[in-house]
Design a protein around this ligand. Structure first.
Ligand SMILES: Cc1cc2nc3c(=O)[nH]c(=O)nc-3n(C[C@H](O)[C@H](O)[C@H](O)COP(=O)(O)OP(=O)(O)OC[C@H]3O[C@@H](n4cnc5c(N)ncnc54)[C@H](O)[C@@H]3O)c2cc1C
Length: 477
């Protein structure tokens, strides 16, 4: 079917400014940035290529496409920028139509409101939106590492968390409302709640209202080295309890600190193509690397970054007896390199025959030492594993991210992934923090969300999409 006739099949009409992705562009929509899918063979990839991809420029077209799909029983997959790391945007039903929201770009800043907000189309990429807001003196203060490669709609649908979340919370703390297109072809203003993390299974978000703040004028940087994780956690607890928490609070294990250039000696940092080559070479012998990692010592490095907004202007981290004060440098280096891990860098590692992935876990701080040790031990037979903690919350939970890397095909990668999740769950953690469920954690949806949240989602799903057309195969098929 030609692009034009496919358009006619979807819309029944051909508005001048709305478009369909041409046939040779459909393959790009067969996967997102799920590392396991980056390792797929051409045959496997082919089974996920959608029948068509529509790029609505207006939200009414998005709504019309949904009602068209409902009348014909066609599966639809809303999509943002495709940076999801668990396969949530991967079409699983044959004949699916992808609805790419990236052209929905409305923008209305309400700076004079008692609480300043911006109303934006779901398709804005984070980077573009920050630059537009920044030119007006405002910021969302939501900075996921994938800022340039992710969209507003995707943030909501994955319940994303940014790197400044310790102070500002995840996107759920910033959002004030959404407008959502449903299968009945209507667009409704709604509370964002049900759509946070719902992966497009309840409708297509076409617009969001988000809180904005004046961009901070200055930042203060602190770095400490602790002999082990436990004293670093005590210090982090105290920093959180002070009532003026840092915007960034992260604890890096010895190997992760080395790869991020945070150690006193610097370490392996930088993001050029040479780095991927060195890493791929090293990954040939992960057994040797795992045996050598104790040479990097056992110290954990903390970075804390404070911003100037009142009432936090004078906030600073607590004193840390027994810790080495590393000054500003490691924290500044972290800030400068905070976007170095990109989608493109992941793709280069896979193209060179390697794999690299991150399992994120939610747990109380008291569980972290046991959890970290258990997950890394489970990964050791399969990959090089290293970890850091971030996204500290006032309630006492945080996120443990365990990155693992190795060489070899999809099976080795999949075995490592399963071992990490099983060990994390057995240690008592939830197996997701901010990356969602997608396909990679489908078997773990009960653990990730808990039964009460899943039951609420099922009720919403039944009411909005009784025939399972909205992103089928996700959350809880
Ligand atoms: C290098 C790298 C770093 C990352 N760092 C972070 C990080 O710091 N924090 C973080 O939270 N995540 C991070 N991620 C993961 C990813 O960027 C987020 O999950 C992001 O929110 C996905 O947004 P997207 O626009 O790319 O969504 P997509 O990948 O396109 O889609 C994700 C899900 O959202 C649904 N969806 C997308 N748009 C809509 C819409 N308009 N309406 C309804 N449903 C929709 C899709 O159906 C899918 O289920 C990172 C990813 C990479 C590759």
């Amino acid at each position: 079917m030609s692009a034009a006739s496919r358009y006619d099949a979807i819309g029944g009409r051909r508005p001048a400014r709305d478009g369909l992705v041409p046939e040779d562009g459909l393959k790009a929509y067969a996967r997102d940035s799920w590392p396991q899918a980056l390792g797929w063979s051409a045959e496997r990839l082919a089974t996920h290529i959608p029948a068509a991809v529509l790029l609505p420029e207006r939200e009414e077209i998005m709504a019309a496409a949904l009602s068209w799909a409902a009348e014909r029983g066609v599966a639809v997959v809303p999509r943002g920028a495709g940076s999801g790391v668990l396969g949530a945007a991967v079409p699983v039903r044959e004949g699916s139509v992808v609805l790419d929201a990236s052209r929905l770009r409305g923008f209305e800043l309400r700076a004079d409101a008692p609480e300043p907000v911006v109303r934006v189309g779901a398709g804005w990429s984070g980077g573009e939106l920050e630059r537009r807001l920044g030119s007006l003196g405002w910021s969302l203060m939501h900075f996921p590492q994938s800022l340039e490669d992710s969209s507003v709609g995707g943030w909501i649908a994955t319940d994303a968390w940014g790197q400044l979340s310790t102070r500002y919370g995840g996107v759920r703390a910033q959002i004030r409302g959404v407008r959502v297109a449903g299968l009945d072809g209507l667009i409704r203003a709604e509370d964002a709640g049900p759509h946070l993390g719902a992966e497009g299974t309840l409708g297509a978000v076409v617009e969001a209202t988000l809180r904005v703040r004046p961009a901070p004028a200055s930042r203060r940087y602190y770095s400490r080295e602790f002999p082990a994780l436990e004293p670093a956690l005590d210090w982090a607890r105290e920093a959180m309890a002070r009532g003026g928490p840092p915007s960034v609070l992260r604890l890096y294990g010895p190997v992760d600190a080395f790869f991020n250039g945070l150690k006193r000696s610097g370490g392996l940092s930088g993001a050029g193509p040479w780095r991927s080559r060195v890493e791929t070479l090293l990954l040939k012998r992960t057994d040797w690397l795992n045996a050598l990692t104790p040479l990097l010592g056992h110290a954990w490095i903390a970075v804390a970054i404070y911003e100037d907004e009142e009432p936090y202007r004078d906030a600073a981290p607590p004193r840390a007896p027994g810790a080495v004060d590393l000054g500003e440098s490691p924290a500044r280096r972290w800030w400068q390199r905070r976007y170095h891990l990109s989608k493109q860098r992941l793709e280069r590692t896979f193209a060179a025959g390697g794999f690299v992935d991150t399992a994120d876990f939610r747990a109380p701080l008291s569980l972290m030492p046991r959890l970290d040790a258990a997950v890394r031990a489970a990964l050791r037979p399969h990959a090089l594993a290293f970890s850091h903690l971030s996204h500290f919350e006032a309630g006492g939970d945080a996120c443990l991210s365990v990155t693992f890397a190795g060489l070899g095909g999809g099976e080795r990668h999949a075995r490592a992934w399963a071992a990490a999740l099983e060990a994390g769950a057995a240690a008592g953690a939830r197996v997701n923090h901010h990356h969602g469920i997608g396909l990679g954690k489908l078997a773990w949806a009960g653990n990730a969300w808990g039964e009460a949240r899943l039951a609420a989602w099922r009720a919403e799903k039944h009411a909005r999409d009784p025939f399972g057309l909205l992103n089928p195969g996700k959350i809880c098929p």
